[in-house]
Design a protein around this ligand. Structure first.
Ligand code: SAH
Length: 208
């Protein structure tokens, strides 16, 4: 499959409804974020191995998460799980020049991989750290997206989310998690279930 076939499929199945997400997908080259062994598969709708047994998420999953996140220009966004840096690149387009994206990655080799892949995306910073603690020095955040599975939403992330802010995160045990979209209203999270997905675990004390 190529990029335009994938877009056609999404349009037909009404998966893509947000024109900003579609525009970001059109702009960012997924082939720049996959390892060279999988270049030909860059637009197959599957997760692909990157380094250290981690994966770049399936394109449809990325679209579902980004649409749920409702990112606007100028926002301050935190990602947990940089991986290849692909999702951070899409976020970079969504927040625009006036916005900022912080992405965290726990595995040093992958943090370097993401950093390298993201060098042309000037409004993105990669931090090698345990992202479940958030990045308090750079918060609070309008939006938080976690691309690894947690047993529950880490408290530091709730604390670093602005009032009215949205977090999207897979929550649940190792095999099969519920994608949760939650909005912070009067300090409390109002949660919505977006269905079942499978992610690599969020390493550390919130591991699913
Ligand atoms: N968003 C990525 C896909 C990420 S896969 C992309 O677009 O390519 C999930 C990533 O989360 C893996 O790279 C894994 O190493 C990382 N991860 C797992 N636990 C973490 C933690 N506690 N803090 C930061 N990153 C973590």
């Amino acid at each position: 499959m190529n990029k335009s076939d994938l877009i056609k499929q999404w349009t037909k199945l009404k998966i893509i409804t947000d024109k900003n997400v579609l525009n970001a997908f059109k702009k960012v080259k997924r082939e720049d974020f996959v390892v060279k062994e999988y270049l030909k598969e860059a637009y197959e709708d599957v997760p692909l191995p990157i380094l250290q047994l981690q994966t770049i998420s399936q394109p449809t999953t990325v679209v579902i998460m980004l649409q749920a996140l409702e990112v606007k220009k100028g926002m301050n966004v935190l990602e947990i799980g940089a991986g290849s840096g692909y999702n951070a690149a899409l976020l970079s387009v969504l927040v625009g020049k006036s916005g900022k994206v912080y992405t965290t990655e726990i595995i040093p080799e992958l943090a370097d991989f993401a950093q390298d892949n993201l060098k042309d995306f000037r409004n993105v910073e990669v931090h090698q750290c345990n992202g479940s603690h958030g990045l308090p020095a750079y918060g609070p955040f309008d939006r938080i997206i976690c691309t690894a599975a947690a047993k529950k939403i880490p408290k530091p992330l709730i604390d670093q989310l602005k009032e009215g802010g949205i977090i999207v995160i897979p929550v649940g045990p190792k095999y099969g998690q519920k994608m949760v979209k939650a909005k912070k209203v009067k300090g409390k999270l109002k949660k919505q279930d977006l269905g079942t997905f499978m992610f690599v675990p969020l390493v550390g004390e919130f591991e699913g």
